[in-house]
Design a binder for this molecule. Sequence first.
Ligand code: PLP
Length: 392
Amino acid sequence: MLDLDRLRADTPGTDTVLHFNNAGAALPPQPVLDAQVQHLKREAAIGGYEAAAEAEERLQHTYNAIARMLGCDADEVALVENATRAWDMAFYAMPFTEGDRILTSRAAYASNHIACLQVAEQTGAAVEVVPSDASGQVDVAALRSMMDDHVALIALTHVPTNGGLVNPAAEVGKIAAEAGVPYLLDACQSAGQMPLPVDEIGCTMLSATGRKYLRGPRGTGFLYVQRDWIERLEPPLLDLHAATWTAPDAYEIHPDARRFETWENHVAGQVALGVAVDYALDRGLDAIFERNQHLARTLRRELDRLGGVTVHDQGRVRCGITTFSTEQAGAADLKAALRERNVNVSVSTPHSTRLDAEARALPDLIRASVHYYNTDEEIERMVAAVADALQP
Ligand SMILES: Cc1ncc(COP(=O)(O)O)c(C=O)c1O
């Protein structure tokens, strides 16, 4: 059971704002904030390199905590700046050639799909979109029928940026494993709001960010690469941390996942990311997921009751993200009106998820994303603020 009073007491932002932008950046809990600020203070007091040396164990703990969350080994984890960089370091390391097929889904995030298009142009590989089924999730049977010897990668977005859909990641993993095809899971929007056991999911690579449902600092992210794949992936960028300069004309790439990292980093953020992962694991990812699903169901039901409001979420399984549009106002105007009422939401435009937006003819959407520290009473106040903002 989640102790809501304690959780809210731990979250200073809950005193000041109605935060429904958790899929943008969630409010950090006090221990995460403390870890970050304390490290910055040490940097100021004794020097940045010296503070990093002092924090070595805490930094190693971040790898261990992520490994515990994913059920993998710490040396299969790379710490990077954000989810996009994590995804790119894996994707651009794949040795695509002409005739290869990259299978993706309608929920694809813009940055990932842009990278697919660029690599297709450069190598002659083909990017193919697996259709969605009637529920909106990736059509697993269609994926199965698309598999052949030319499939070089399955790239799936677990939870899209523009809605509550949770794609059946483990069913896709079974197909990938049967075919022996690498499987890159974008878990940017799912990390921190549901369990992510990589062995059960069957992904070979997984990318995520710190600031969203994990409630970690901005500018943090991580990449998991399954051991058998690490040495088969040559990172597109190398530095003296990812590789060692062994002779004037030679270098060796790090044998573990650190080959995907860079030397210079936001150490305070990385230390605090470990605290954020611990915090999520201590609350329990099953309990967090259950509560987020409850809150989002309530929010969708209450929004549905408002005249002129259309909720757009799809999927057999749904999470804490809710998107909606209204007849009365454009998304940007409504977001601004809600901000004036001290309610945080964000806007999802078709540019972020073009495949899905075009398939469903979606307008700009308001994205209202709950997290476990939100309450039913906050949802009531948020929906009342929407109703108020939509008044003629
Ligand atoms: C599905 C998905 N993937 C990737 C990203 C990119 O994450 P980041 O901004 O940490 O690079 C986002 C950001 O919203 C996202 O929604």
